[in-house]
Design a protein around this ligand. Structure first.
Ligand SMILES: C[S@@+](CC[C@H](N)C(=O)[O-])C[C@H]1O[C@@H](n2cnc3c(N)ncnc32)[C@H](O)[C@@H]1O
Length: 249
């Protein structure tokens, strides 16, 4: 199947090789976090995300970490987007900006900021993306409220999280972590998020299960191209991840 999103600057290149050759610019934690990633895997992940919600305009990514998703997205959608990625952790943003400089990308930047209290003015962005960071926020409701504040009317919100609170196994894992382990990742229940967004005036909310991997992306695209209905509701209860999109009115 013809790819809808093509890389430009990064086409045919391995982003991890480029970064590895400039290792001194990047913090050590980066290599732990991206230990199991490859350029191919990252690319299909970002393609799946773009396929689901067609990013455009002035984009804010809340909790972007080292920003590789945003870097690939900015390269894939060069003509249509300009991305600002924010994160609470300063060294991640520093590495992100070093990688952006290495690649010479001009439509993406990292900013050290708190997604629960941002300096951006009201209705500043066309699109907000929150990838795997709502489950790491101290207060999910506050992060969504701030996201809604800085989003323009008719603007789109996108949330992806692998701590799907609609899946009972994830819910139990989080409960165990909270009581017996040190690491805590909060669950994100897509239906709670949908209800909160509805209360804040969002509409057209779509929730889909998500699994990171080529086969899932292909299956999804194949079913959609044949106008087959995705077994979303059932699959959401066993899927680790979900994607959600909505529009502010
Ligand atoms: C699991 S990482 C995900 C990073 C990246 N989005 C990705 O998918 O690789 C979660 C990130 O959310 C960030 N984060 C948590 N709370 C935040 C907040 N209030 N404002 C900005 N970033 C936050 C953390 O610092 C961390 O980098």
């Amino acid at each position: 199947m013809e790819k809808k999103y093509k890389l430009n600057v990064l086409e045919g290149k391995d982003i991890f090789d480029i970064i590895r050759n400039n290792r001194n610019l990047i913090d050590e934690y980066f290599w732990e976090y991206y230990e199991n990633f490859t350029t191919k895997r990252l690319r299909t992940y970002v393609e799946d995300i773009c396929d689901f919600f067609n990013p455009s305009g002035n984009v804010l990514s809340i909790g972007c970490g080292h920003g590789l998703n945003e870097i690939l997205m900015s390269d894939m959608c060069q003509e249509v987007i300009n991305i600002k990625g924010i994160d609470l952790v300063e060294f991640k943003i520093k590495s992100m900006n070093e990688i952006i400089d290495l690649l010479g990308l001009e439509n993406v930047v990292g900013i050290h900021a708190d997604g629960m209290k941002m300096d951006f003015s009201d209705e500043f962005f066309d699109t907000i993306i929150i990838i795997e960071s709502l489950s790491h926020a101290d207060n999910q409701h506050q992060m969504l409220k701030e996201a809604a504040r800085v989003l323009k009317k008719k603007g789109a919100v996108f949330v992806l999280d692998f701590n799907n609170g609609a899946n009972p196994r994830i819910w139990i894992r989080s409960w165990k972590q909270r009581h017996f382990e040190e690491t805590i990742e909060n669950i994100v229940n897509p239906y709670f998020i949908r209800n909160r967004l509805l209360k804040m005036g969002f509409k057209d909310i779509v929730i889909e299960p998500y699994r990171h991997g080529r086969s899932f992306g292909h299956l999804r695209r194949m079913m959609l191209s044949k106008n087959m209905e995705l077994p979303s509701k059932l699959y959401l209860f066993v899927s680790k991840g979900f994607m959600l999109k909505g529009r502010k009115y």
